[in-house]
Design a protein around this ligand. Structure first.
Ligand SMILES: *Cc1c(COP(=O)(O)O)cnc(C)c1O
Length: 358
């Protein structure tokens, strides 16, 4: 059987409801994000039911799949010039950094007789996308041009944290973004309702009530799956942590030494050889799942007596010696998928079947 990845839709709903309730309490709107599950429809619907204000994704293909859901959609990654038609067709908002792209959006919006809203990204230190916040003249020039375009509304500014540089949101750097928004409002006399203050790494600040007034919008993806905030890696109170699980099939069970026999190479196919401990003879199972299927680092066997010993491209090696369960060939072993890297690669894998557990 194909490995199966399960999304706990009730858990998604619960975490999203917790998030939306908390954010709305501070006047902050929420974009639910489907990129982690490649635009899974049941996931998107659960988030809409839980009260998200926008649906976002970084890939237009995912939003195209969800075009029938009636909610304002945001493209999170700056549109490619080659996909402008689809961006206008399937979204109402996009995060942008380039005037050339925004001009193209304007042309197509006019042609299709619709309006498209821009959230201009400002980099306040994490060094991924956005105009550098100290280059105010650049920001003003782009804003001035956007305002003059037909079919386009400048709805706000936004920033990213902990995506590249690992910079956490603080009251100080939030205020840098709020200041940019205020300066734009004053200079151009526009309302700029959206000040989008980041992603899952903002949840700790949100729960401590520390997000400064003036941040009006958050875009949250990975914590919905993990129930964990990013700053210190703590569980968020009352959030579900087991959202994604996986089953894969046992293809071999053998009793073998736990320490390899022979002369060690320096590297194996995936880098340095791990340090083996000699634990004597052990009962091992091989599961038909490997690094070509997904990032395996976040796999945690539900049977806590099993340990994951490692994996190659197609084989996952488990130590099942200490288990009370009598595993046999053909048995589906169950794992919790606990890290974002594991979750997104499993969701995108053509070798793994996706199941929304409703
Ligand atoms: C992925 C993404 C998010 C969500 O980030 P998480 O840390 O996964 O919550 C927010 N904004 C942008 C622009 C993104 O690409």
């Amino acid at each position: 059987m194909k490995p199966k990845v399960y999304i706990n839709i009730e858990g998604v709903k619960k975490n999203t409801l917790n998030l939306v309730t908390k954010a709305h309490q501070y006047g902050i709107s929420v974009a639910g994000i489907t990129k982690g599950c490649c635009g899974n429809e049941a996931f998107a619907k659960a988030q809409i039911e839980a009260g998200i204000d926008f649906l976002g994704d970084s890939r237009i293909e995912n939003l195209e799949k969800l075009q029938h859901l009636t909610i304002d959609k945001i493209l999170l990654r700056s549109p490619k010039l080659s996909e402008i038609e689809n961006v206008i067709s399937y979204t109402q908002y996009s995060l942008n950094t380039n005037l050339k792209v925004i001009q193209a959006l304007s042309r197509v919006a006019v042609k299709k007789n619709v309006n498209h809203s821009i959230i201009l990204m400002v980099d306040i230190g994490d060094l991924r996308e956005g105009i550098w916040h100290e280059n105010l003249n650049d920001i003003y020039n782009v804003v001035e041009s956007i305002i003059s375009l037909n079919g386009i509304t400048l709805a706000g500014v936004g920033t990213n944290f902990t995506c590249f540089g690992g910079i956490m949101p603080t009251e100080e750097n939030y205020k840098l973004l709020i200041k940019v928004a205020d300066k734009i409002r004053k200079r151009f006399n526009i309302s700029l309702p959206i000040v989008s203050g980041g992603n899952s790494s903002s949840l700790q600040m949100l729960y401590e009530g520390k997000i400064p007034k003036g941040i009006t919008h958050l875009r949250v993806n990975q914590s919905i799956y993990t129930g964990i905030e990013i700053g210190e890696g703590n569980q968020i109170s009352n959030w579900e942590t087991e959202i994604v699980s996986l089953q894969a099939e046992i293809i071999e069970i053998q009793v073998k030494p736990s320490y390899p026999q022979g002369t060690f190479a320096i590297m194996n196919a995936f880098g340095p050889i791990k340090n083996f401990k000699d634990k004597g003879m052990r009962k091992r199972a091989i599961v038909a799942l490997g690094r070509q299927d997904m990032n395996i680092e976040g796999l945690k066997p539900v049977d806590s007596t099993i340990t994951v010993e490692g994996a190659s491209s197609d084989h996952l090696i488990l130590d099942i010696t200490d288990s009370n369960i009598n595993y046999s060939i053909g048995h589906m072993v169950e794992f919790n998928v606990t890290t974002y890297a594991s979750i997104i690669t499993a969701m995108a894998s053509p070798f793994i079947e996706k199941v929304a557990n409703i």
